[in-house]
Ligand binder design. Structure first.
Ligand SMILES: [Zn+2]
Ligand SMILES: [Zn+2]
Length: 259
């Protein structure tokens, strides 16, 4: 059994949600965390979580969208909206948040303040933070190191083994996506081989990042099966063992039972 710990089920690509869930079940993918990126999508994300017992949700603002939100809202407004959203029984995490210096849609300063605010809320509510990092390794780790008790997941892990060691030292998890299946991803594959099974998660980040051999097609949660297969191949481990470990880890970090 597999859990897709990071997908965006509120996106229009997934308007046929029952079909998406059926194809996932056909691949033994039976748990989902749908990840929120914008405050005005929170009601939609919560409604999707209500739709099915195996779907849970996070709430947060993607780093690329922070400056946009701040045109009309203060950090105080944002924090109180997020806090309210955490009362929903199926909201199990904060994010996705983090730092993305590759795109310049949000200023570094806004992204850093937003990241800190999400971590603060996560620590206060004893929830994991879902971390997006791109071209911002040092600053991401520097901010996290100010919160020694933070629980969290580096989603769509795309860094190397040295970075992974630092993530593990902080007690955090690494979630591998379809990127690990690409032939150009030698560094990420090396990190996956190194990653202990009790810190490893799998995700699709669908509708983005379709794994091999389906590149070019729309990604969906069923394809987390192929991420699991790649992890099994890299670690020379039976596929169902990968399923057992990653499912156990997902239930532990999100502190819920998906089934
Ligand atoms: Zn992301
Ligand atoms: Zn995402």
């Amino acid at each position: 059994m597999f859990i897709d710990t990071h997908c965006h089920l509120n996106y229009p690509e997934f308007s046929d949600l029952d079909g998406v869930l059926q194809r996932a079940a056909d691949h033994n993918v039976k748990g989902f965390v749908t990840i929120n990126c914008r405050l005005d999508d929170i009601p939609a994300v919560q409604a999707i979580a209500n739709h099915h017992p195996s779907i849970f949700a996070s709430v947060g603002i993607h780093p690329n969208d922070v400056s946009n939100h701040l045109k009309e809202l203060s950090f105080h407004d944002i924090a109180s909206t997020l806090k309210k959203a955490l009362n929903h029984p199926k909201v199990v995490g904060l994010g996705e948040t983090g730092l993305d210096y590759y795109y310049e849609n949000s200023t570094k300063d806004d992204q850093q303040k937003s990241f800190e605010m999400h971590i603060d809320l996560a620590v206060c509510h004893d929830l994991p933070v879902i971390i997006h990092t791109r071209s911002a390794q040092e600053d991401t780790l520097a901010i996290l190191s100010n919160f020694p008790t933070v629980k969290g997941i580096f989603h769509c892990f795309s860094e190397n083994k040295d970075f992974l060691k630092k993530v593990l030292d902080m007690g955090l998890y690494a979630s591998f996506s379809g990127i690990v299946t690409f032939s150009k991803s030698a560094d990420i594959q090396e990190a996956a081989i190194y990653c202990p099974m009790d810190r490893l998660l799998i995700e699709t980040d669908s509708p983005y990042l379709t794994p091999a051999p389906y590149r070019g097609k729309k990604n969906e949660p069923a394809f987390v099966y192929h991420v699991a297969q790649k992890i099994a191949e890299l670690k020379t481990m039976p596929l169902d063992e990968v399923g057992q470990h990653t499912t156990h880890n997902a239930q532990k970090i999100f502190n819920v039972s998906f089934f």
